[in-house]
Write a protein that binds this ligand. Structure first.
Ligand code: HEM
Length: 306
């Protein structure tokens, strides 16, 4: 199992504590942690908790990742209608075209007004943006330059990172479904390694999506109405600097303590031969003592700390 251990060492996001907090955003992380612990325990025996955690995360991925892609498509149609310059930058479209291609990769060059070295699929962008094979997609060259996003390559590449990770998530979810169907969900090393590698994917995709949205709407804070340059409040520099410094200090302390605690938890080696989750009781999550649901009035059974 040397290779599984190596994969585990390479994983950046490896604790079920990730289930808390930003869980929705980083959904594959529990799968990553479950995969890691499952791989570790298989050296000496099964780890039912890791299997359950991995199984739940893979169900989630199978169901939610395709929904995310459908919602993303609907979101894109809406943005195409209301913020055409953002979509043109996301797509790398400079000329307005009927039957516009989906540019998979390329080098958007704002100065030259074109995307160079394109790898593209003909007509596909028209299909998913207008739901018509020959629908018209407005390009940046038809929009006044002072309304173009200020950093077109950033918007273009962030969009590809987000969608690329979304597609990888769908692939992983489907692969998990197939392996579950074959009865090998938690005994397929490449699947466990892929789940570990995808641990940070949710967080990265969310960040990329946010960059697409925010960099894409520049140079406006209210699209088409209020420019970013006109939005700056007339606040004196020392006042801004003081509140910024206060934010930096508070966040540094709060997040610093949280990250220090998380890394402390990461250091705990998974134990082989851990028992199955308790039957007839709510499963204990970090720091919460379970209420005994099996015997009313009885003292709660103590669970060993994780
Ligand atoms: C799989 C295919 C995906 C497609 C087609 C897609 C499409 C889109 C589109 C069109 C936008 C709108 C940009 C805008 O108008 O401002 C967007 C934003 C966003 N996406 Fe995706 N996306 C996909 C996957 C993902 C995934 C997997 C995640 C995260 C796990 C994600 C997270 C986000 C976020 C956080 C935003 C910003 C929302 C906002 O701030 O308003 N997307 N996406």
């Amino acid at each position: 199992m040397e290779s599984a251990s190596s994969a585990r060492r390479g994983a950046a996001f490896t604790s079920e504590d990730a289930v808390d907090g930003e869980a929705a955003a980083v959904r594959p992380a529990p799968g990553s942690a479950g995969a890691e612990r499952g791989a570790e325990a298989s050296e000496t025996g099964p780890n039912p908790r890791a299997r359950l955690m991995f199984s739940m995360a893979m169900w989630m991925l199978l169901i939610v990742a395709p929904i995310q892609a459908v919602l993303g498509d609907l979101h894109g149609g809406n943005t195409h209608e209301h913020q055409p310059a953002k979509v043109a930058a996301m797509e790398g479209h400079f000329p307005t075209e009927r039957g516009a291609p989906a540019i998979l990769f390329g080098l958007p060059d704002a100065a030259a007004g074109e995307t160079r070295m394109q790898v593209a699929i003909p007509n596909l962008a028209s299909l998913y943006l207008t739901h018509d094979w020959n629908g018209e997609v407005r390009g940046l060259n038809d929009i006044p330059r002072d309304q173009w996003p200020t950093n077109i390559p950033l918007v273009f590449w962030s969009f590809r990172v987000m969608v690329g990770l979304g597609l990888l998530m769908i692939t992983l979810g489907v692969a998990g479904g197939v392996m579950r169907w074959r009865g090998r969900l938690d005994s397929t090393p490449w699947l466990l390694r892929a789940a570990i590698a995808m641990g940070p994917a949710g967080l990265v995709a969310v960040t990329a999506g946010w960059i697409v949205t925010e960099a894409g709407r520049q140079p406006f804070t209210i699209y088409g109405m209020l420019r970013t340059a006109d939005s700056a409040s007339p606040v004196a520099l020392p006042a801004v600097a003081t509140s910024l410094a206060a934010f930096v200090v508070v966040y540094f302390v709060v997040f610093g303590a949280g990250i220090w605690y998380l890394f402390k938890l990461f250091q705990q080696t998974p134990r082989p031969q851990e028992g199955a989750p308790p039957q007839g009781q709510p499963i204990r999550t970090a720091g919460i003592t379970p209420i005994s649901s099996s015997k009313p009035g009885a003292a709660p059974e103590l669970q060993p700390a994780e």
